[in-house]
Design a protein around this ligand. Structure first.
Ligand SMILES: Nc1nc2c(c(=O)[nH]1)N(C=O)[C@@H](CNc1ccc(C(=O)N[C@@H](CCC(=O)O)C(=O)O)cc1)CN2
Ligand SMILES: Nc1ncnc2c1ncn2[C@@H]1O[C@H](COP(=O)(O)OP(=O)(O)OP(=O)(O)O)[C@@H](O)[C@H]1O
Length: 196
């Protein structure tokens, strides 16, 4: 069943994100990337999953060069046509991506895949988030289904601060985030995360 409140929030938040001034967007994107790179959570992670941005999502592309330099092992979502779960495929440096379902660029089918539970730091895109670590996506439930029962060590959302809402309806299947990084810095959710 579609949640009407989520549907309305999604519409408002996507309109807000789509209307961002390009110059502001670029500088906010760069600021968020800098916050992400400067935190110990990144330093400790060996296997990092990112995403190829679509539709005005905060773009993790500027992270690629620094992450290679740090020797990280990188993964990107790979969707098979008709699948209800995301696979995470190894990203090789300089690889030319293929277009997958929804037109999202992704690694080829021959790439080594990793179980989501073996990822140290998974960065996920957001339509919205709340102060309890709730995440709103496009409504496909792909991340929730993929991460049910096999969470990465750290699940971190990437978005703009204006994508925060007071409260998202929480469904049983929703997988809460450990933190969100925006242009204003890190927000940690849950007990003790703020001190890590
Ligand atoms: N950049 C990026 N990659 C990602 C995701 C994502 O949200 N962002 N995903 C996270 O799950 C997975 C793909 N999921 C997606 C789900 C829906 C739509 C989408 O555009 N949906 C249409 C409705 C399509 C329909 O209902 O048939 C829409 O919202 O207009 C895009 C990606 C894996 N890769
Ligand atoms: N673990 C699960 N098992 C079965 N169905 C699920 C599970 N998680 C989510 N779903 C289904 O996916 C649908 C969409 O979920 P939701 O609105 O939370 O998506 P979303 O988090 O916004 O999207 P996405 O994860 O694709 O970015 C729901 O109707 C739900 O039934």
């Amino acid at each position: 069943m579609r949640d009407e409140k989520k549907e309305a929030l999604r519409k408002t938040l996507l309109a807000w994100r789509g209307a961002l001034d390009p110059a502001w967007r670029a500088s906010a994107n760069a600021a968020a990337v800098a916050h992400l790179l400067s935190h110990a959570w990144l330093g400790q992670a060996e296997r990092v999953a990112l995403y190829c941005a679509i539709r005005g999502e905060l773009d993790p592309a500027p992270l690629l060069a620094p992450l290679w330099q740090m020797g990280k092992i990188l993964y990107l979502p790979r969707l098979e046509a008709g699948a209800s779960q995301i696979r995470f495929a190894r990203h090789q440096q300089g690889e030319v991506w293929q277009r997958g379902p929804f037109g999202i660029p992704q690694p080829g089918p021959d790439r080594a895949q990793i179980e989501p539970g073996a990822v140290d730091l998974m960065l996920v895109p957001l339509v919205g988030f709340d102060a309890q670590g709730g995440r709103l996506g496009y409504g496909g439930g792909f991340y929730d289904r993929t991460l049910a029962g096999q969470r990465p060590k750290l699940l971190v959302g990437l978005g703009f601060a204006g994508q925060q809402v007071e409260h998202l309806p929480r469904a049983d299947h929703d997988i809460p985030l450990d933190a969100v990084v925006t242009e204003t810095g890190w927000c940690f959710f849950g007990e003790g995360y703020g001190t890590r």
